[in-house]
Design a protein around this ligand. Structure first.
Ligand code: NAX
Length: 328
C-alpha cells in the first residue's frame, strides 16, 4: 500500500477546520487512492474540542484516512509533514489596533515557521489561510531559512473562486467555461480581481461583459468585500468556502493547473509585473509537479496598473510594520 501523505492543519478546531478536515479525509485533495495522515495543531484550550472533531472523523470511517494526530506542540505536529495548511490565526478583537494584530499573529507565524524549518519533510509545501494571510506567510517564510521561499504561499483562491462565480452569474455562463481570472495582490479589500485576461468559453471576458462601469463599480468591490457580506448575512466569517478554496489551491499546487487555465496564488514576488521583489503578492500562476510559475507577458493597462500598485502599497506597509516589530 502507498505511504500516507502527511498533512498538517493548524487551527483545526476552528470553523474552517470543521469543514476542511472532512474534505481532506474524504479524498478531496489527494483522490480516492492516496491515504492521508492528518496532523492537527491547536492551542491547549481548544484541544478538547478538537478531540470531539476527531471523534467525528473516526465516525465517518473514511477509507482514505490513515490516521490522525493532535497536539499543541508545533514541533511534534509538523514532524515529517509534506503539506502544512496554516489556518489558525489570531482574529482582530475589539479595540485591537492593526499593530496588535500583526504582533499577535507574528508570534504564531514566527514559531510555526521555525518549527517547520526544523522538522517538516524535505518536500514540504506551506499554504497560509489565516489572516493577514500574505503577511503571515511572509513571516513564516522569513523564519524558515532552510525551506525554499517558493514553498510558501498565501490563499487568494477564495477571492479567485468568488470572481468566477460573480462573472458566471453576470453572463449566465457555466463556471467551468470561465478561465484565466486573476487576483492580484493582497487578500484584503485592496485586492484587484482582474477579468481583462479572463475568458468565457474562449472569448475575452471583459469584452463579453462589455460594461466597464459594472467591472469597476460592481464586480471588483463585490469580490473584494464578499467576506464582509458573508459575515453580515451569516453572522460568522466564510468557512466552508474558505476550506474549499484551501483544498483547490493545494490540489492545483501539488497536481498542476489544468491546461489552458491558471490559478491565483500569493507567492514571493520575483519582480514580475514590477511588483516589488520579496512581497508575498497574488499573481496568476501555472503549476506543475508541485512548483508554480508566474504567468508572464500579460498586458497591463493604466487602470490595472493603478489597482496593482495600490494593493502592493498596502503589502509594503504591512511588511514594513512587521519588520519594525522584528518579526522578519
Ligand atoms: P476560528 O477562530 O473559528 O478558528 C481559528 C482556530 O485557530 C481556533 O480554533 C484557534 O484556537 C486556533 N489557533 C489560534 N492560534 C493558534 C496557534 N498558535 N496554533 C494553532 N491553532 C491556533 O477561525 P476560522 O473561521 O476557522 O478562520 C481561520 C483564519 O482564516 C482566520 O484568520 C480568518 O481570518 C482566515 N480566513 C482567511 C480567508 C482567506 O481567503 N485567506 C477566508 C476565510 C477566513 O476569513
Amino acid at each position: 500500500s502507498t505511504t500516507p501523505v502527511k498533512v498538517a492543519v493548524t487551527g483545526a478546531a476552528g470553523q474552517i477546520g470543521y469543514s476542511l478536515l472532512f474534505r481532506l479525509a474524504s479524498g478531496s485533495l489527494l483522490g480516492p487512492d492516496t491515504p492521508i495522515q492528518l496532523q492537527l495543531l491547536e492551542i491547549t484550550p481548544a484541544l478538547k474540542a478538537l478531540e470531539g472533531v476527531v471523534m467525528e472523523l473516526d465516525d465517518c470511517a473514511f477509507p482514505t484516512l490513515a490516521g490522525v494526530e493532535i497536539g499543541d506542540d508545533a514541533e511534534k505536529i509538523f514532524d515529517g509533514v509534506n503539506l502544512a495548511l496554516l489556518v489558525g490565526a489570531r482574529p482582530r478583537g475589539p479595540g485591537m489596533e492593526r499593530g496588535d494584530l500583526l504582533s499577535a499573529n507574528g508570534a504564531i507565524f514566527t514559531a510555526q515557521g521555525q518549527a517547520l524549518n526544523k522538522v517538516a519533510a524535505d518536500d514540504v509545501r506551506i499554504g497560509v489561510t489565516g489572516n493577514p494571510a500574505n503577511t503571515n506567510a511572509l513571516i513564516a517564510m522569513s523564519n524558515a531559512p532552510d525551506i525554499p521561499a517558493e514553498r510558501f504561499s498565501a490563499l487568494t483562491r477564495l477571492d479567485h473562486n468568488r470572481a468566477i462565480s460573480q462573472l458566471a452569474a453576470k453572463t449566465g455562463s457555466a463556471v467551468s467555461d470561465i478561465k484565466k481570472v486573476t487576483i492580484w495582490g493582497n487578500h484584503s479589500a485592496t485586492q484587484y480581481p482582474d477579468i481583462f485576461h479572463a475568458e468565457i468559453a474562449g472569448k475575452n471576458a471583459a469584452e463579453t461583459v462589455g460594461d466597464q462601469a459594472w467591472i469597476e463599480n460592481d464586480f471588483i468591490p463585490t469580490v473584494a468585500k464578499r467576506g464582509a457580506a458573508i459575515i453580515e448575512a451569516r453572522g460568522s466569517s466564510s468557512a466552508a468556502s474558505a476550506a474549499s478554496a484551501t483544498i483547490d489551491a493545494a490540489r492545483d499546487w501539488l497536481h498542476g493547473t489544468p491546461e489552458g487555465d491558471w490559478a491565483s496564488m500569493a507567492v514571493r514576488s520575483d519582480g514580475s509585473y514590477d511588483v516589488p521583489e520579496g512581497l508575498i503578492y497574488s499573481f496568476p500562476v501555472t503549476t506543475k509537479n508541485g512548483d508554480w510559475e508566474i504567468v508572464q507577458g500579460l498586458e497591463i493597462d493604466e487602470f490595472s496598473r493603478g489597482k496593482m500598485d495600490a494593493t502592493a502599497a498596502e503589502l509594503i506597509e504591512e511588511r514594513d510594520a512587521v519588520k519594525e516589530l522584528g518579526l522578519i
